[in-house]
Design a protein around this ligand. Structure first.
Ligand code: DGJ
Length: 724
């Protein structure tokens, strides 16, 4: 049974894990356990009251002196009630006090999971529990929602804060999750930091007696700190150790606050960033937090990752993409930048088609006034100098070649040099009498305003219908500053960033509902908004503007901890690479770009006959292998951070697998490399490169790998089970 309630004890079971909490003395909700699956144990004994100087004790405890929220592990700690750690909820009451004292009120087992209002979340499950807490003094209710996906060891949580008083309340913090754990051993925090062209770099640090903040105040999930973390036991690696992953299903400013106190209790709070956040909740209104998804494994990162990838593919991504393969595309950005004409793109498309490419994606620069990146955003009308017969006529030509067509938009942005700016300056996020910050010379539309959403929707819907558009690349090229909406009153300005994200989701919801066959590729200057919120609407996201094959190995490595490989956009680009100047073999660029949705982003017309032939072969290989890449288990066999000679990974889908090895520079007199494979049947036999090995040999001793013959050499080997 996934949900068991016995008196005051709540047990949530997945296939391999158990999460447990209880209603304790005075109605406090205590967290008891999250770890390997229990049989039917009650973990209440972990609650050991103790008196501690300077810890607050609730008034109703009367003469009892040893129950303090400062020491108790809790499910949803609030402010002002003697817990001096980071709280989950901050409420400013209408008398100005910032206090809320939450106690258990009731619970309910729900037949189906309710949606998180206005936001993406993991999809249907019949295993859902609601636990309601109430302020001891006021009719403020906090509903904790737990949803369970037993087969994938996945649990999600979100919170609804309901104001049943007759007065307005203000939330200045409303985290989605707080999670307390006792850490008698050392634990480590794995987080994924970065920048534009350097996304999701793994950082691993011991959690000391201190506080750590992983977050973004940029209005987007950001390149700088991706919204997921892993907490792992000290020596955890791919194959052993404990690991917990937590990820926020949200695309805006966020905070992961992790602290360890003097008693070695670790608290992790996750939610919308409280920086600048002030949300008014009127009587009888509710505030919904985004959802947090989490999973646990005691068998290391590999098992955590594979459960996690499957959970996202099965329960978050739109089911209509279940059996889909993203079309192999040519994107003209690095081929032409904005310097193109209809004829140039048509020639590019013809060449692409002859090589086996399935879709042309026309990137930035196709619309009116867009001669460079300082103008044109917002009007979304075709540039008739470039396309004298209109956009539809051009798209028809692409369709007539037997190719699909995709189009770049940056819907959330506006250029000052645009008709829209002339007409609707009040639609821009900026405060009266202040000049706004420019970034890439562009400003941000106020997505908290429904009129703006309607405008963008109409513009995009018209083009989608007129051209029978199959694919959109949805870009977003700046962080949000000047957080001020002309559409909201003074007291609601602290709601703007969250309302912006809600507006974005509203727009995506409308477009994906009205055009169900449309594929949207997410992008934000590469992977600046690579998060579970966007993946709910967009089955794939452009992983990075860095297309250098060597640098991509690091980016793919970090991204793979949080997201399935099938969601990662990767393209073969030119050599020397446009971001780094590095020259890598075409073969390696193809191999690295196979780590995800596959495509090309270079001027195919400049390639030699030999290179064109190589591309034809790459496409054939990718098509042959993509079933394994999309559906297989994924194993990081070596880390680019630890191994400066090669990076290796494997996909294994039943009896078929793929082994990839990407080298750095040639090393003289290097030792013979043996790569240990994973996920095989020990007593089975596998054919690789025309030789047969047992699973045990491949996993224990490893596969001998030929030394590279040039710098940045690489290989991809098929693994085929030949007999038991
Ligand atoms: C940033 C994206 O990441 C690029 O791929 C490209 O679409 C440019 N924007 C276009 O302006």
């Amino acid at each position: 049974m996934p949900i068991i309630v016995k008196e005051n004890l709540f047990t949530l079971n997945t296939k391999n894990t158990t999460y447990q909490f209880k209603v304790g003395d005075f109605g406090y909700l205590y967290h008891l356990y999250y770890g390997p699956r229990l049989f039917d144990e009650d973990m209440s004994y972990v609650i050991i009251p103790r008196e501690q100087g300077f810890s607050g004790v609730c008034y109703d405890a009367k003469m009892i002196r040893n129950i303090s929220m400062d020491l108790m592990p809790q499910e949803y700690p609030s402010t002002g009630v003697g817990d001096f750690r980071f709280s989950a909820l901050g409420i400013i009451n209408n008398d100005g006090s910032r206090l809320v004292d939450l106690r258990f009120y009731r619970y309910e087992i729900l037949e189906t999971k309710p949606k998180v209002k206005g936001m993406p979340c993991f999809r249907e499950t019949n295993e859902c529990l609601k636990v309601v807490l109430k302020d001891r003094y006021k009719d403020i209710y906090v509903e904790l929602l737990y949803s369970i996906y037993p087969e994938n060891d996945l649990i999600t949580r979100s919170v609804i804060i309901l104001n049943k008083t007759k007065e307005n309340i203000i939330l200045d913090k409303a985290m989605s999750v707080s999670f307390d754990m006792q850490a008698n051993e050392e634990y480590e925090l794995l987080s994924f930091y970065g920048a534009h062209v350097k996304e999701r770099m793994l950082e691993r640090q011991i959690i000391k007696h201190s506080a750590y903040e992983i977050g973004s105040n940029r209005g987007t999930s950001s390149h700088q700190q991706n919204p997921f973390v892993i907490i792992a036991s000290k020596n955890a690696n791919e194959d052993k150790g404990e690991a917990y992953i937590f990820s926020l299903v949200y695309s805006g400013s966020h905070l992961f606050h992790i602290e360890r106190n003097i008693y070695d209790q670790i608290r992790i709070a996750i939610g919308i960033s409280p920086e600048g956040f002030r949300y008014n909740v009127a009587p009888n209104e509710a505030f919904y937090t985004p959802e947090v998804a989490f999973s646990y494994s005691n068998a290391g990162f590999s098992s955590l990752t594979n459960n996690w990838h499957k959970a996202i593919s099965k329960h978050l991504i739109n089911p209509r993409f279940k059996d889909y393969y993203s079309p192999i595309l040519i994107n003209n950005w690095e081929a032409t930048y904005m310097d193109f004409t209809e004829e140039k793109l048509l020639n590019l498309a013809k060449k692409a088609k002859s090589l086996g490419i399935e879709m042309l994606v026309m990137d930035d620069g196709w619309f009116k006034n867009r001669l460079s990146d300082i103008s044109g955003l917002g009007d979304w009308e075709v540039n008739t100098d470039k396309f004298p017969n209109g956009l539809s006529s051009f798209v028809d030509k692409i369709h007539n070649l037997g190719m699909k067509f995709g189009l770049w938009f940056e819907p959330e942005m506006i250029s000052e040099k645009s008709d829209l700016y002339e007409k609707h300056k009040e639609w821009v996020l900026m405060a009266p009498n202040r000049e706004p910050m420019r970034s890439r010379y562009q400003l941000v539309l106020d997505l908290s305003n429904d009129a703006v959403i309607d405008y963008i929707y109409d513009k995009m819907a018209k083009i989608i219908s007129e051209t029978n558009l199959e694919y959109i690349k949805w870009d977003m090229n700046r962080s949000i500053s000047d957080v001020f909406s002309n559409n909201l009153p003074i007291e609601r300005q602290g709601e703007v960033l969250h309302r912006y994200v809600l507006g974005l989701y509203k727009l995506l919801e409308r477009l994906t509902t009205d055009f169900p066959d449309l594929i949207i590729e997410g992008c934000s200057g590469g992977g600046g908004r690579f998060d579970l919120g966007m993946l709910y609407y967009e089955p794939q996201i452009w992983t990075s503007d860095n297309t250098d094959a060597y640098e991509r190995l690091f980016i793919h490595y970090g991204t793979s901890f949080g997201y399935p490989i099938r969601t990662m956009g990767a393209h073969v680009s030119a050599a020397p690479n446009h971001q780094t100047g590095r020259v890598t073999p075409l073969k390696t660029r193809g191999i690295v770009a196979s780590h995800g949705t596959f495509g090309y982003e270079l001027d195919l017309l400049k390639l030699s006959k030999l290179e064109q032939q190589e591309i034809k072969n790459q496409i054939k290989e990718y098509v042959k292998h993509r079933k394994i890449i999309y559906n297989g288990n994924y194993y990081r066999l070596s880390s680019p951070y630890e191994n400066d000679f090669y990076t290796s990974y494997q996909f294994q889908f039943g009896n078929s697998g793929l082994l990839y090895v990407c080298f750095t520079k040639i090393k003289v007199a290097a030792p013979q490399i043996f790569i240990r494979l994973k996920g095989l049947d020990k007593i089975g036999h596998y054919k690789i490169d025309n030789k047969v090995y047992s699973g045990l040999q491949l996993m224990q001793i490893g596969l001998p790998i030929k030394a590279p013959i040039i710098d940045y050499d690489s290989l991809c080997l098929e693994i085929k089970k030949v007999r038991k």
